[in-house]
Design a protein around this ligand. Structure first.
Ligand code: FES
Length: 129
């Protein structure tokens, strides 16, 4: 099973905007705290500087090698850290990174901003005879 990457935008200012501490940084801290307690097997958390979803921040993205990528918005650091962790676990468990719709946390179902197809693997070099 491949590793799933959970990108958390640490520069999001939330709604209404707050400068310090940034709600995105608070979301990252909450995600890291929960994974430290509940286990982070197969999930790497990576801070990101802007996922280009600023009007609908806080934002996070869930991705993995050869899998679909999901961008999720409207995240509240006080309410949704568990939702994106749950979705990251479902994403990791699915071969193509496409968890069943009904299994996804409600916030993820309603606030997925985009999904991006997997990057096509590079062509193998031609064999030499
Ligand atoms: S600052 Fe977070 S998406 Fe732009």
């Amino acid at each position: 099973m491949t590793t799933t990457i959970l990108y958390v935008c640490v520069t999001c200012r939330g709604t209404p905007p707050v400068d310090a501490p940034r709600p995105g940084a608070r979301l990252l801290a909450e995600v890291e705290k929960r994974l430290a307690v509940g286990g982070s097997e197969g999930i790497d958390v990576v801070p990101a500087n802007c996922l280009s979803n600023c009007p609908r921040g806080c934002s996070a993205a869930v991705s993995g090698s050869g899998k679909w990528t999901y961008v999720i918005g409207d995240l509240d650091p006080d309410r949704h850290a568990g939702d994106i962790i749950d979705f990251a676990r479902l994403h990791r468990a699915h071969e193509q990174g496409v968890p069943e719709w009904r299994d996804r946390p409600e916030h993820v179902r309603k606030h997925t901003v985009a999904r991006v197809p997997p990057v096509k693997p590079a062509a193998l070099p031609q064999e030499q005879s």
